[in-house]
Design a binder for this molecule. Sequence first.
Ligand SMILES: *Cc1c(COP(=O)(O)O)cnc(C)c1O
Length: 364
Amino acid sequence: MNLRIPGPTPVPASVLQSMSKQMIDHRGEKFAELIASVTERLKYFYQTKNDVLIFPSSGTGGMEAAIVNTLSPGDRVLAVSIGSFGDRFAEIARVFGAEVVKLDFEWGTSADAGAIAAKLEGDPSIKAVLVTHNETSTGVTNDLRAIGEVVRPHKALLIVDAISGLAAIDLQVDNWGCDVVVTGSQKSWMIPPGLSFVSVSPAAWEAHAHAKMPRFYWDYSGAKKFLDKKQTPYTPALSLYYALDEALNLMMKEGLQEVLERHRRLASYFRNSVREMGLRILPEERCASNAVTAIPVPEGINVKELRKILREEFDIIVAAGQGKLETKIFRVGHVGYVTKEDLDDVLRALKVVLPRLGFAPALR
Ligand SMILES: *Cc1c(COP(=O)(O)O)cnc(C)c1O
């Protein structure tokens, strides 16, 4: 099967095998070595000297943890959204009692740093800016460097959902001033769903000390206190740590810049090939994601039917749109463990299926 959704992504064989190992004492020597080693290597991919914590959850758990650990009910929060995951971040903050100021951009475009700057200047009480690094629902990557620059002069924390972007698309956590950065295991990290990672800056720790939203399992200080003893407060998801260890071995062997470059190269190849077929890419090239490509379905073609044929006849699984784009686009994931052959397989199938469904691109 060619699983081309933007997570969960395929897992390399050696990572799958690593998970079949026996359990160990999570308060013993072996686990101490394991957590210290994976945490150090996560920092390398995060490009950070900040603390990095590991939680047993999908990405959304990491998003919720980021909110409840840094904010108090009534805090004003600027939630920047360019798609469905940006909306989710805003919603989590609202549920926990933050006063959410929403800044929406059209789906398929990236956030405008100037508009964020204007909001912050007009409202100095804003405590945090929530932003998505790579919006998986629209295949758009935000310019986090530019966003970091406009947030820096203000007191607000920069809280980033980098669940589908980090370790696939450049994100210089320290250089760009990102205070809290969340990722999930099943996207670029090439391991199954079930772990979230988060980096916490000194400013975020300072905010944490005063943050009053309720939390227990997700408490950052508890996690940090135990990490200092090379443990976790509660039983860790051991098999996923084994997987993470092996995935990081593979990623370290390749190197951060090489991993980023591979994603850049494959994504650019894929987008160009899609355009050559006469299809469009939803976003402009300058903000197109190197993790997932969103393709508007041509007039008269039904996304469900297209996905069904790809699945049943070609064993290729692509994603539909989300939210208001559900029937308007399909999405092809190319994040994590992916090769040019995997993408060629998709391109070949599209060249057969689309004309059969009536697609006749205008001659160029
Ligand atoms: C996948 C994803 C999430 C949600 O992660 P879950 O693991 O499904 O909870 C959040 N944000 C972005 C940008 C994602 O790609």
